[in-house]
Design a protein around this ligand. Structure first.
Ligand SMILES: NC(=O)c1ccc[n+]([C@@H]2O[C@H](COP(=O)([O-])OP(=O)(O)OC[C@H]3O[C@@H](n4cnc5c(N)ncnc54)[C@H](OP(=O)(O)O)[C@@H]3O)[C@@H](O)[C@H]2O)c1
Length: 277
């Protein structure tokens, strides 16, 4: 039986990862800003689920939750950095405060939770840190520059951490989902611009209507993704990156072709900076 520690387990992907782990017989520390909601959703699993309050932007709540999890289960085998939201809209229309808020949750929150859990995993000599990035952490998406920046950041971080922590038996996987049917594009979660610029009015209208059309109609199934994260954690050699969904897989393949073509096209200029001595 593994013990999971999941952030943002109140709804969407985090809730389904928690449910899948519980259905597989594991124990889950299901953390959320509203732990009562988790209790309502997962109460049927009794003592194997421990709902705890944790806001990833509040360091004290992170340490308190990791402490309580350790007291209850004695170990954490899997950390899932799931909590996050999308700050959408054109870059010029997003204030520095909104950018900081996005990074506080999607990037520094991930760092702080992982920093709190790693000493326990190192003392165990094992662990797996799964971080939910996005297709927006693989390729730039128009109207999502700040969200993309946050998800590229954790993708690069996770890749480097996988190398750094391998000697301690700790594995890192970054999951890059395409579009999944959760509240992600809903006003409940997604944040829009806070500094309107007249020249972007038409762009805004287009983007907003495509977000509205896609909201709660996405092709990706969070229940299936919950099971897939379980399969990744149980794999003997889990990948450093995992594309979730056909759209994410297509973006991964397109990006690989684009990078290869680009490298070949600019090869001689690239190597022209090497010293000859
Ligand atoms: N759905 C997609 O299409 C998609 C695609 C790619 C990546 N993702 C990523 O998947 C992750 C989960 O998103 P989702 O699709 O499940 O969206 P969601 O339904 O909006 O759920 C977001 C979850 O994150 C939590 N959260 C947000 N800020 C938090 C904070 N400061 N501290 C603790 N929890 C916080 C929310 O808690 P509350 O209930 O308290 O608000 C909620 O549990 C996010 O990292 C998102 O970027 C989603």
């Amino acid at each position: 039986m593994k013990t999971w520690f999941i952030t943002g387990a109140s709804r969407g992907i985090g809730l389904e990862i928690a449910r899948a782990a519980l259905l597989a017989g594991d124990a889950v520390v299901a953390t959320a800003r509203r732990p009562d909601h988790v209790r309502d959703m997962l109460g049927e699993f009794g003592d194997r689920v421990l709902p705890l309050a944790l806001d990833v932007t509040d360091e004290a709540s992170i340490f308190a939750a990791v402490y309580a999890a350790t007291e209850a289960f004695g170990r954490i085998d899997v950390l899932v950095n799931n909590a996050g939201y999308g700050q959408l809209g054109a870059f010029e229309q997003i204030s520095g405060t909104a950018v900081s808020r996005q990074f506080a949750t999607n990037v520094f929150g991930v760092f702080d939770v992982t920093r709190a859990v790693l000493p326990l995993m190192r003392s165990q000599g094992s662990g797996h840190v799964v971080t939910i990035s996005s297709v927006c952490g693989l390729v730039g998406v128009e109207g999502a520059s700040i969200y993309c920046a946050s998800k590229f950041a954790v993708a690069g971080w996770s890749e480097a951490m996988g190398l750094e922590l391998a000697p301690f038996g700790i594995r890192f996987t970054v999951v890059e989902p395409g579009m999944f049917r959760t509240d992600f594009l809903d006003e409940l979660s997604m944040q829009w611009i806070d500094v309107p610029v007249a020249e972007y009015a038409e762009f805004d209208a287009r983007r907003r209507s495509s977000v509205r059309d896609a909201n709660h109609r996405q092709d990706g199934d969070p229940v299936a993704l919950g099971g897939v994260v379980g399969a990744l954690v149980r794999a003997d050699h889990p990948p450093a990156h995992f594309a979730a969904g056909s759209d994410a897989l297509e973006a991964t393949v397109k990006r690989a072709h684009r990078d290869l073509q680009n490298a070949q096209q600019w090869r001689s200029l690239s190597i022209s900076t090497d010293r000859s001595d």
